[in-house]
Design a binder for this molecule. Structure first.
Ligand code: ADP
Ligand code: MG
Length: 323
């Protein structure tokens, strides 16, 4: 079973940022209004995620690390109507199999919380502990027991930038949640959880970028878009800051990238890319989110319609500026 867990772990956890992704999604599912993400050494030696969510009941703490343990699906029909981010019950088991985990958690209805420490999935310590409501996960020495994976990790700087990128996108996708990202002891950014998207863009990417954004929104039947797009004079050398959210989730999608290129085509020189944050709402049954297991890649049923809608909305806004 231990070996099976290690093998399965590879599918969910392939680098520090995938640990952060799973733990942040769990915190969101737990209805946290504040999530603190702290890493050291690109997350290789240390990842700590603290949330003020519902917590894990004392009697469920150990079960949460069992494969296919999920509190998020009650019956099979639920599968079609899942609103939570996680539902496979695989993340904690996978993470625990390949790292040293400390969990501290408390629900509101009890006086004291629980501390559980696991190394490679084996319980080291399990006790009551005084702690605030919510959950803290500390993940130490990722892949310490899987030498092949250890070697596969990139430099600290590369892993850090992956995590920073990921946390930024969650912070933008969930403006009602306060996110704080701490790297090697210093705060990289904090969002307030009660501010506008533009203020969050300022907190995360800086005031200069936030100041140069145009806002626009548009509706067409079941399609709704809100977009924050940069002046054509403010560009980047890559598409890193072209960020898409569809129905509240951060996604990667070629059609949306193409739409930006098309809208700015006559305004921007080749090899430059505008900064765009695009929030799109479509009817849930018009997208396929299952083409990729991590669910960041999606496919639209009617790609042409989506592309035209986005291109037209952005173009109209850019025209208004007389550029
Ligand atoms: P999934 O998210 O697919 O249910 P996970 O392995 O990620 O599976 O988590 C297992 C279970 O542990 C969750 O279903 C949830 O009940 C509990 N859990 C994990 N993280 C948290 C958290 N931050 N707050 C509250 N409960 C949590
Ligand atoms: Mg999960």
């Amino acid at each position: 079973k231990e070996i099976a867990n290690k093998i399965a772990a590879g599918e969910v956890v392939d680098r520090p940022s995938s640990v952060v992704k799973e733990l942040v999604e769990n915190a969101i599912d737990a209805k946290a209004s504040r999530i603190i993400i702290e890493i050291k050494d690109g997350g290789k030696s240390y990842i700590r995620i603290t949330d003020n969510g519902i917590g894990i009941h004392k009697e469920d703490v150990r079960i949460a690390f069992e494969r296919h343990a999920t509190s998020k699906i009650k019956d099979v029909e639920d599968l079609n109507t899942i609103l939570s981010l996680g539902f496979r019950g695989e993340a904690l088991a996978s993470i625990a199999a390949v790292s040293q985990v400390e969990l501290i958690s408390k629900t509101r209805d009890v006086e004291s919380g629980t501390y559980l420490e696991l190394h490679g999935g084996q319980i080291i310590e399990h006790k009551d502990i005084g702690c605030p409501n919510g959950t803290t996960f500390v993940i130490k020495n990722l892949f310490y027991n899987v030498p092949a994976r250890l070697q596969f990790m990139k430099s600290k700087a590369t892993e850090t930038s992956h995590i920073s990128d990921l946390v930024s996108k969650y912070a933008l996708a969930y403006p009602d949640i306060s996110f704080r990202f701490i790297n090697n002891g210093s705060i990289v950014f904090t969002t307030s959880g009660s501010s506008s998207i533009v203020n969050n863009i300022a907190s995360i990417y800086g005031k200069e970028i936030a100041k140069s954004m145009f806002y626009t929104s548009n509706r067409q039947k079941d399609l709704y878009i809100e977009a924050y797009i940069s002046k054509p004079t403010l560009t980047r050398g890559n598409k890193q800051l072209q960020v898409f959210f569809v129905n509240g989730r951060y996604v990667k999608n070629q059609i949306l990238s193409d739409a930006i290129e098309e809208a700015y085509k006559t305004l921007i020189t080749v090899n430059r890319f505008p900064i765009c944050f695009i929030y799109l709402t479509v009817s849930p049954n018009s997208i396929d989110v299952n083409i990729h297991p991590t669910k960041t890649e999606i496919r639209f049923d009617n790609e042409l319609r989506i592309k035209d809608f986005v291109v037209n909305t952005l173009k109209k806004r850019l025209l208004k500026e007389n550029l």
